[in-house]
Design a protein. Structure first.
Length: 186
């Protein structure tokens, strides 16, 4: 049985649930973001607007989950990396994990700032959230760019991270992936 909290050898149930739930959510938000942005602006068709609203709503959900996840991570033991890992890989792994936390906050916050700069309200399941900054066309355009490049960075980190995880599991055959899967032994 997987414990609720982390141990030095295994992620606990809450960390595992948040990891996989957010992996699905973030990948879906990237796919949706890229798809909706590729739709033509002409007439700003209804489908594009609906998809942007959906993206914003779930993007704010990702921000809420990121806060919960960060709180859980700082209040819990951090499972050790596989001991035989060379130092550079340990540094790289921790660097990618920390960068993920940065991006999990930076993406929704720039999205929210972008909407405020365009004077388009942000709703979270029916509740109107406050504007973060005043209307400003220049900042709006700049934030679109920043949000996009942060999205590309997230894609890059996911590719590196998932490739490393699968390599550890299938080639090195160590505990790296099992540590973050439910039910695996301690
Ligand atoms: C972790 C959460 C999020 C991720 C991973 C994400 C990712 C993306 C990506 C990859 C794009 C496509 C960029 C492009 O090709 O131009 C995009 C576009 C967009 N995102 Fe997000 N986003 C997130 C949260 C948010 C939030 C919270 C909001 C607003 C409250 C938001 C508002 C937008 C808007 C308005 C666009 C379209 C920009 C345009 O006009 O091109 N996003 N997002
Ligand atoms: C959006 C996608 C993903 C994000 C943002 C993400 C983020 C993270 C973060 C931040 C950690 C450190 C533990 C924590 O604080 O929760 C972690 C651990 C881990 N992730 Fe992911 N992850 C993603 C997708 C994946 C995928 C697709 C795989 C596997 C194919 C994977 C495999 C792992 C493994 C094996 C660990 C444990 C590493 C260790 O402690 O040795 N992750 N992930």
């Amino acid at each position: 049985m997987t414990k609720i909290t982390n141990t030095s050898q295994h992620y606990g149930a809450v960390a595992i649930l948040l990891h996989w739930l957010m992996a699905v959510l973030l990948i879906a938000l990237i796919a949706l973001g890229l798809y909706m942005s590729s739709l033509p602006d002409a007439g700003f068709d209804k489908k594009k607007i609906e998809l942007i609203l959906l993206h914003k709503e779930y993007g704010i959900l990702a921000l809420g989950l990121a806060m919960l996840r960060l709180a859980w991570r700082v209040g819990n033991v951090l499972p050790e990396l596989v001991v035989q890992l060379p130092d550079w890989q340990k540094v790289a792994a921790r660097f990618v994990h920390l960068s993920f936390y940065g991006l999990m906050f930076a993406l929704p916050i720039t999205g929210w700032l972008m909407s405020s700069a365009a004077s388009i309200p942000v709703y979270f399941f029916g509740v109107r959230l406050p504007d973060l900054i005043a209307h400003n066309e220049y900042r709006f355009q700049l934030l679109i760019e920043v949000h996009m490049w942060l999205g590309y960075a997230l894609v890059g980190f996911i590719v590196v991270h998932a490739t490393a995880a699968l390599r550890h599991h299938f080639i090195c055959r160590d505990n790296t992936l099992k540590k973050i899967l439910p039910g695996a032994g301690y």
